[in-house]
Design a binder for this molecule. Sequence first.
Ligand code: ASP
Ligand code: MG
Length: 454
Amino acid sequence: MKVMKFGGTSVASAESILKVIDIVTACREKKIVVVAAMGTTTDALAELSELASEGNESYKVGLLTIEKQHLKAIEKLIPARERSSVIAKVKFVFNELSSALNGVFILRELTPRTYDYLLSFGERLSAMIVSSVIPEGVYVDARELIKTDSHFGKATVDFEASTILILEKLIPIEGVPVITGFIASSHKNETTTLGRRGSDYTGAIIAAAINAEILEIWTDVEGILTADQKKVEKAYCLDCLSYSEAMELSHFGTRVIYPPTFVPVYKKNIPIRIRSTFNLANAGTLITTEGANNSTKAIKGISSIENINMVTIQGSGMVGVTGISNRLFGALAARKVNVVLISQASSEYSITFAIRERDSVAANEAIEQEFQDEIDRGNIHQISIEKDLAIVAIVGENMKKSPGIAGKLFHTLGRNGINVRAIAQGASELNISCVISIKDLKKALNTIHESFFL
Ligand code: ASP
Ligand code: MG
C-alpha cells in the first residue's frame, strides 16, 4: 500500500487537480491520498481570522474570495449535472466557517483553539473536492483518525491511539481514501493542527500506521536539490539520500519537507519519495535508510541559513571553570533562544555560538542576567554580538569515510577570499558548518558547489 500526499500547489487549481487525478489513477496499487489545502488557503484563513478578531468587517470579502476559488475549481472539474451534491456540501462547510468567523468578529476574541478550528477548513474543503473527482474517492476527515494533545497550533500526536483508529477506520474503506492533511483532534474531540505545513506529517503518520510500502510527497519542486537553486544556478536534484542526510538538508535552507515527517517513517523504515506533480519525467528524490551507498560524491548537498548573529562571551574567569556552558545554554533555553551552531576553543577562554537575528536581544539579556556576578567581577569581560552573518554547511554520509573534505571546503573558501568566522563539525561527520559574512554567501555557495559537484 502506498500513501500519496499532495501539497497545496498540487491542488491549487482545477488544472493542477487534473494532474493529481492522472497521477493517482496511473498508480495500480492500493493507495491512500492525503491532501493539503488548495494553494494558499490556509494563509488566507489565518488572515481572515485575524481581521475578524480585530472587528474588521472586510474578512467577509476575503471569505467570499476563498469560496469563489473553491466553487470555480468544482465548476471546471465536475460536469454540470453531477455538480449539485458537491456544491451543496461545500456550501454547507462555508456556512459553518462563516458562522465561526462571525462569532470571532462579535466576540473580538481569537483563542488558539478557535484558530486551529478555523484553519482546519482549508484541508476539509480540498479533500472534499479531490475525493469527489478522483475515481472511487472517499472523503476521510483526519480528525477521526489522528489523536493529539490539546497543544493548539502544533499538537503532539498520540501515536498509539491514532494507529488503532487508522487501522480500524481506513482499512475497511473500499475505494481510495482522500484524507485531510494537517488537522487532527484532541482526546476531547477539539480540532487541532499539526503545525503549519503539517500535511506532510499527516502522510507520514498514516504511512507508519498502515506499514505502507512508501510515502510519496508530491509537491511543486523536483526533489531535494544539491543547493538552493535561487542562489546556485547549477544546483541539481538528488536521486537518493539517507534519512539523516535528508533531515540535515531539509532543516537548512531548502525546506522541502516538514521536518517532523521523518520521525514516524524512519522508525518503520518506510522510504519517502519526493516528486513534482508538474514534472513527471523526473523521478524525484528517494529517501531511505541506506541512502545512495554507491555514490561517488563526497558530499550530498550544501545548505545555508541567513540572518545569523554570532555571540561570543570571553573572559579569563571561564578557563577551567565547569558549569559555564551549562548555565549559558540553560539561560538561553529558558528564553527560548534556539542555538544554531556552537564552537568553543580548547583554551576555554571564549565560547561562540550562532543564533537567528530575531533572537539576539533575548540572548543578550539572558547572558547579562545569568552572568551578572562574573561580569561585575571582571571574570567575563566581553559579550559581543556580530550581525550580518550566514551559515553554510556541507552535508553527506560519505564524509565519514573520506579525509580531506574539510580541507577542500576551507581551501575553496580561502582561495575565493572568503573569511571563515567560526566552524563546527559534529562527531557524526554528517555536516561541516561554518559562519561567514552574509555578503559572501552567494559566492561561497557557488564556489563550494563548483568544487564538490562539477
Ligand atoms: N495547509 C497547511 C499549511 O499551509 C498545511 C500544509 O500545507 O501542509 O500550513
Ligand atoms: Mg500549504
